[in-house]
Design a protein around this ligand. Structure first.
Ligand code: MG
Length: 160
């Protein structure tokens, strides 16, 4: 078994759509970033790479590379899943906590879980996504953006 931890944060950008966990969240400000700035997927990708000690999202998909400008972050997730599988691991479970004062994410949690589970090739019951505010503290609490913490468990695949 290998555990991995990922963290990411992005500031709001009112001019962009919000994509979180691969799901479009209507009526909410988007996030600033080189790609689609999906902080949840980025934290998950870092957790996957971290569990397998395969570097981090920045080393695989540099934000200086024009190929990733505006990119769908699910592309990064698919690549990370393929790499950890190639290294002999299977994904066990994921647990993520999203911190933001807005928007309210509860109505979107199950869609996000389903999306991530599909990409990871695991049952939706193996993907936990929790959302909470930062109780007004710090930049996230001031409503400037979204931060995400994520852990993932990998197991060696049988026969690898
Ligand atoms: Mg990011």
């Amino acid at each position: 078994m290998r555990v991995g931890f990922g963290y990411d944060s992005h500031v709001f950008d009112e001019g962009r759509p919000l994509r979180l966990g691969g799901v479009l969240i209507p009526g909410a400000p988007g996030l600033r970033g080189h790609s689609d700035a999906d902080a949840l997927v980025h934290a998950l990708v870092d957790a996957l790479y971290g569990a397998a000690a395969l570097g981090d999202i920045g080393s695989h998909f540099p934000d200086t590379d024009p190929r990733w400008a505006g990119a769908d972050s699910l592309l990064f997730l698919r690549a990370a899943v393929a790499e950890v599988r190639a290294a002999g691991y299977t994904v066990g479970n994921v647990d993520a906590t999203v911190l933001c004062e807005r928007p309210k994410l509860r109505p979107h949690i199950d869609a996000i879980r389903a999306c991530l589970a599909k990409e990871l090739g695991v049952p939706v019951t193996s993907v936990s996504v929790k959302a909470k505010t930062n109780e007004g503290m710090d930049a996230v609490g001031a409503g400037r953006g979204i931060a995400v913490h994520c852990v993932v468990l990998l197991a060696f695949a049988a026969g690898s």
